[in-house]
Write a protein that binds this ligand. Structure first.
Ligand code: SF4
Ligand code: SF4
Length: 171
């Protein structure tokens, strides 16, 4: 196995990039692995989440892993945030990494559908099952969000039209 060469400038740049994008707890990580042990994404076969993603960032391996698809397997459950003894908030690190990837348009194809849905109706994920479940408990099948607010949908579209995502031509 080739030796891992750690370049200090690369590490500083990687850490600062993640901090600037919202993952400001990253330097508190002690690599205990508690987050990975409870992460449903890791269990589902997306290994570069939580501890391992943080390890790669702290090794300065941002460019090498920019095409990594594991980050898109995060379910935002925040189990990692609850269990972390150091207050790292690993989910924020994952999302900071996603922002880094999105800024370079290194998106998983699995992210396109939700992005298009966000543009069209103001929600990344909409399912008929959700509408049915809401009806069963006496709620309006359409929640009082951007889904039934034309002005909010227009504002979301304006934001996306002026984001790096627009360069993908998927809207
Ligand atoms: S639980 Fe916290 S300290 Fe432990 S590896 Fe995960 S982020 Fe790092
Ligand atoms: S929030 Fe994401 S990274 Fe954290 S445990 Fe849940 S799926 Fe894993």
């Amino acid at each position: 196995m080739p030796a891992l060469i750690i370049e200090n400038d690369k590490i500083k740049e990687a850490v600062q990039t993640i901090i600037d994008l919202g993952g400001d707890g990253i330097l508190k990580c002690v690599q205990c692995g508690a987050c990975s042990a409870v992460c449903p994404g890791v269990k589902a076969g997306f290994p570069v989440l939580c501890r391992l993603l943080i390890r790669k960032i702290l090794n300065g391996q941002m460019e090498e892993t920019i095409e990594e698809v594991s980050t898109w397997g995060c379910q935002s459950c925040n189990r990692c945030t609850e269990i972390c003894p150091q207050g790292v908030r690993p989910q924020e690190v994952v999302f900071a990494y996603r922002r880094y990837q999105a800024n370079d348009l290194a998106l998983s194809t699995s992210a396109f559908g939700p992005q298009m849905s966000l543009y069209q109706v103001g929600h990344a994920v909409t399912t008929e099952a959700t509408a049915e479940n809401r009806k069963k408990v006496g709620l309006d099948p359409v929640p009082p969000t951007a889904l039934n607010n034309a002005q909010a949908q227009k504002e979301i579209q304006t934001l996306l039209d002026n984001s790096p995502m627009a360069d993908l031509g998927i809207f």
